[in-house]
Design a protein around this ligand. Structure first.
Ligand code: CTP
Length: 399
């Protein structure tokens, strides 16, 4: 994201303090950030806060009416921004956007820009649920340039527990990263994408299991990237520790067999399926429903193989469906990946070196060689798992 240009519009709500974290994260990642504060926003946060975090003066309506900018400020800012985000978005500013009003620097800049705009509403539950507010929300989202950072439910500053809580800053940052990548393009609109994530656990008893270090970050990044590109996403996840993603159908489970059942059930509807999960290859031959005392633990553990889910999906695959696998490898990564691509009848595979810096289990970054069934190979240098997810989706969509 280094050097990319993000404009943040802050309207007047208490969630404005959380937006400071969004700006801080972006600035630390090398993004150039500019902020516009409405008059109401300045009742909650100051231009100095944002100027300090942006490493650049923050803009207010006072600047809007200054005669010393040369070209009008809203035009300059509108042309400058690659992505515009309005957070928090109040009921009042939302109503202005829905009606096309422009009575301050923020709303004038909206009309003077053409980049994608991410909206992060935040308000009291009753306000959010008012039919006028809901109508305005639906209305703005009919305009393709607007993207939603849907508010969640939770404890609100007005002591209510309900809907209207602004999307988490970390989630907003991820959406910005996606928008910088896609420029707002929703090339997967209407497509059904099925992703598996995380490491399965094969229990010997309620407390002991055979597992692996997968955290599910790559699969979750894939689910997010597909969602941000307009897909209808189902995420089958095993032990990722992640809260369900807003807008994604999430199926949480533990064992390889449970994952197999879920994948077999969801697969027929999927246009594109990615098995990013680290699935066990074996499980203990017997399961004890009571915890085994130490003295009863066996000296060696009989194991039985578990089904290869991806191979099973490869046999069920219809011509219009796309199936993608991962090959987590040490040493030579290409040959084993080519073999898995062929044997499991995949359209593409991401060969993943897990023994190199900047990739592997739990890392926030990844690197891979993407290979498709036509023999095309593309090497992806270390990048964020979200970028890797977008690069993989690009690779698959390009055929
Ligand atoms: N996979 C699966 N079901 C399994 C094991 C693996 O669906 N029981 C999928 C993984 O999700 C991944 C791909 O198969 O997309 C390759 O997994 P990997 O563990 O690299 O390969 P294996 O086929 O298990 O072969 P090996 O362990 O011998 O490398």
């Amino acid at each position: 994201m280094k050097g990319r240009r993000v404009l943040i519009g802050v309207s007047g709500g208490i969630a404005a303090y959380k937006v400071c974290e969004v700006v801080s994260t972006l600035a630390k990642a090398g993004v150039e950030v500019r902020a516009i504060l409405t008059d109401a926003a300045q009742e909650f946060v100051t231009p100095l806060t944002f100027a300090t975090l942006c490493r650049h003066p923050a803009f207010t309506d006072k600047d809007f009416w200054q005669a010393n900018h040369g070209r009008p400020l809203h035009i300059q800012l509108g042309e400058w921004a690659e992505v515009f985000i309005i957070a928090p978005l109040t009921a009042n500013t939302l109503a202005k956007l829905a009606g096309g009003f422009a009575d301050n620097l923020l709303t004038n800049t909206v009309l003077a820009s053409n980049c994608p705009i991410l909206l992060a509403p935040a308000m009291n539950t009753d306000m959010w649920e008012q039919s006028a507010v809901q109508r305005n929300w639906r209305e703005v989202l009919t305009d393709r340039r607007y993207h939603a950072a849907e508010p969640g439910a939770g404890m609100l500053a007005c002591d209510r527990v309900g809907a209207g809580r602004m999307a988490e800053p970390s989630e907003i940052v991820v959406q910005i990263e996606s928008l910088l990548y896609t420029k707002g393009d929703r090339d997967l609109a209407g497509k059904r994408v099925l992703v598996s994530a995380g490491g399965t656990r094969e229990h010997l008893d309620p407390v002991r299991f055979i597992g692996n270090p997968s955290t599910g970050k790559m699969g979750i990044a894939l689910a997010r990237a597909a969602l941000h590109r307009g897909a209808i996403v189902t995420l089958v996840q095993s032990i990722t520790g992640e809260v369900p993603l807003r807008g994604v159908r999430s199926i949480a489970l533990t064992s390889a067999e449970e994952m197999r059942q879920a994948m077999l059930e969801c697969f027929p509807d999927a246009d594109l399926t990615v098995m990013a999960a680290a699935v066990a290859d074996v499980r203990p031959a017997a399961y004890n429903s009571e915890k085994l005392p130490k003295r009863s633990l066996p000296n060696s553990l009989p194991l039985v193989p578990v089904a290869d889910i991806l191979a099973e999906l490869g046999n069920l695959k219809q011509p219009e469906q796309k199936l993608i696998g991962f090959a987590a490898q040490t040493g030579d990564i290409v040959q084993p990946a080519l073999e898995k691509l062929r044997v499991k009848k995949l359209d593409a595979i991401a060969a993943n070196p897990i023994d190199k810096i900047g990739s592997g289990f739990g890392s926030d970054t990844n690197r891979a060689i993407l290979i498709n069934s036509a023999g095309k190979q593309v090497e992806i240098a270390p990048c964020s798992k979200l970028e890797m997810a977008h690069r993989l989706l690009d690779f698959v969509m390009a055929g």
